[in-house]
Ligand binder design. Sequence first.
Ligand code: SF4
Ligand code: SF4
Length: 371
Amino acid sequence: MATNPNVNQNVKPHVLYAPLDFSAYEVEQTLPARFERLLDKSGLREIVNGKVTAIKMHVGRNAGFTTIHPLFVKILTDRLKAYGAEKLYITDQEIDSARARGYTEEFLGVPILDACGFTGKYFYEKQVDFQTFKNVDVAGYIHDAEVLIDLSHVKGHGCCGFGGAVKNIAMGCVTDRTRGQIHRLEGGIPWDESKCVHCDKCVASCNHGANSFDENGKYEVNFHHCTFCQHCVKVCPTGALSLDDSNFDWFQTGMALCTQSVLDTFAPNSAYYVNFLMNITAVCDCWGMSTPSLVPDIGVMASTDIVAVERASLDAIKVENFIRQGAPSGSELGATGHLLERLHGKNPFIQLDALEKLGLGRQEYELVTVR
Ligand code: SF4
Ligand code: SF4
């Protein structure tokens, strides 16, 4: 199925790019001004006019401070309203965290809704059939929208190397059950009892109450609730927990299938992708913390083609621009591949290959700079 009817094999999709370079200290040369001009060139007026429009973004958690700055979100909401969007809203999981980063209805002028409702039970179930991945529970407030604005903070991701527009949909527009099924494709979380010092850091790090020790001191994971986020693995001081990620390519294929299922709930030409390549950190915002940037800030990219915007974003994150303090001291990068593959050991292009095969877009693109 060609999910994206914009895919035209004869024409490279355009990726609009607002860069950061400037020749004078003028507001018009700054990223907010360029972002406004990028939106005005985007064709979004035709896409959102008269349509119920959802902005899906990650509002961050806990001590994270590197999600998209509220100023840019305000520019986007103001522009979309001016273009005629109906019933515009922002949606994400765990929206209680939004206010701490300045994402408020008072400032942004639009409601911020929990994607699956405040009970977490508002979703529409769809079926897929890939290994053990069977259920795509599309979040209710994603399903109900006529237009999706996929507003993503680009960063690394421990499970697939890269988190951008695809990750924002496949992990963010679905229920815990679907996230868990996709993560489970990676493998399991073996526990080495001989190394465990019972510090309980793994249990404290779990945002889903998925792990515990039984009365005999044996480690247990409730895989119904586990999203395979790896937080427990990363905080374990002794290496007692590890991730069996031998099937990480399945994980990326699962993300592509999930993305297709979510996008299939929208009519043709009803999704737009905006990637912020700012504060590009090593791991996902779901960690609830921020680390220094891996590379210098790059700017904003946007497109009607999800594959093209992801490819352009990955291409712009160059290994030669790596900033050492963006990775843990003492850690070593791999010798080959994309910077994010050297960091996480996962080829981030697998998800794009899978998306392209599903007909969701193209990895070839024409970069159109907007200054
Ligand atoms: S973090 Fe590691 S060492 Fe500590 S209790 Fe968990 S498995 Fe054991
Ligand atoms: S992988 Fe994540 S969700 Fe699963 S037990 Fe560990 S911390 Fe909890």
